[in-house]
Write a protein that binds this ligand. Structure first.
Ligand code: CA2
Length: 146
């Protein structure tokens, strides 16, 4: 049976492709979802792809992942840099592996994006490869959940 991966997306990522293409590229979040589903099928993974602008939704989806998924890729958007609640939720679902994903190279941007509240709770971090960051996270999750 195919293993399920939750791909969770945080605030403002629904605006991808509509604003700031210089930083985030021209793809919409729907394009990224389609790419993840194609890559997931090739890897034998079922992709459950979600986005919310609300921190509590992301917390609840992480809890849900503990029952329904073998791993999680999360682009928590700006909550990456602020959310103790997400840090705690990722720790709470251990040993389910969670990979932090970013489209941009957050370390090459403003100082406030250099700090991640969730990275210490995550299995690993992938950033700076554009939408390909999501695919790299799926490949890593496939490898570490085998
Ligand atoms: O590079 C990433 O993937 C980020 O997680 C994107 C977040 C940002 O707060 C993180 O520091 C890095 C922002 C996503 C907002 O996306 C927008 C898309 C179009 C227009 C405005 C924002």
């Amino acid at each position: 049976m195919s293993k399920t991966i939750f791909v969770l997306n945080g605030p403002n990522l629904n605006m991808l492709g509509k604003r700031e293409p210089g930083i985030y590229g021209g793809k919409t979040l729907a394009d990224i979802e389609a790419d993840c589903k194609v890559a997931g099928a090739e890897l034998g993974l079922t992709i459950d792809f979600r986005q919310s602008n609300h921190e509590g939704d992301l917390v609840s989806w992480l809890h849900e992942a503990a029952d329904k998924a073998v791993g999680v890729a999360i682009n928590a958007g700006a909550y990456t840099h602020t959310s103790v609640a997400l840090h705690d939720a990722i720790r709470a679902i251990s040993p389910i592996p969670v990979i932090e994903v970013h489209i941009s190279n957050v370390h090459a941007r403003e100082e406030f994006r250099h700090k991640s509240m969730i990275a210490p709770a995550c299995k690993g971090v992938i950033c700076g490869f554009g939408p390909q960051s999501y695919i790299l996270a799926l490949q890593a999750l496939k490898t570490i959940t085998q």
